[in-house]
Design a protein around this ligand. Structure first.
Ligand SMILES: [Zn+2]
Length: 148
């Protein structure tokens, strides 16, 4: 028989699994709407510190071979689904703009797209104009150990 803790661990795993599937479906749906390829979606246990999520692609922006959104498992566990979804949608905005326009910046077009998708930005990026979207949660920076 499972102990209470084992049961809880299985439940947490199932929740993360279902959440991952949900985001992969969101990526598929939005990519199809905009007629761009679907990115791969991953949880990554090695994304720590202030990187809650990241986007990367392979190949030149006019001939992208493959693309992926990586989400920090630590941020997900600390802040939960709502926060993680907003980080994810921020990365999905990058995915759309890089495929559609070769635009990898955080310019005004990015901000508009990010807000339209329901994504979040950090406060500095959002500025006054998009301050409602400034809801990024970040894990604190890891303290560097200094040699003595
Ligand atoms: Zn960004």
């Amino acid at each position: 028989m499972l102990t209470g803790q084992e049961l809880q661990e299985r439940t947490n795993k199932m929740t993360a699994y279902e959440f991952h599937n949900k985001l992969q479906k969101v990526a598929e749906s939005i990519s199809k709407t905009h007629k761009v390829p679907v990115p791969e979606v991953y949880f990554n246990a090695r994304l720590i510190g202030r990187t809650a999520a990241m986007y990367r692609w392979w190949g030149p922006t006019d001939n992208i071979q493959r693309s992926a959104i990586y989400m920090s498992l630590a941020t997900y566990l600390e802040y939960g689904e709502e926060s993680m979804t907003k980080h994810f949608l921020h990365e999905l905005a990058h995915h759309l703009l890089i495929h559609l326009y070769g635009d990898r910046t955080h310019g005004d077009r990015f901000k508009k797209t990010c807000v339209a998708l329901g994504g979040s930005m950090n406060a500095k990026l959002a500025g006054e104009k998009y301050k409602e979207a400034a809801t990024h949660d970040f894990l604190p920076k890891r303290r560097r150990r200094t040699a003595r």
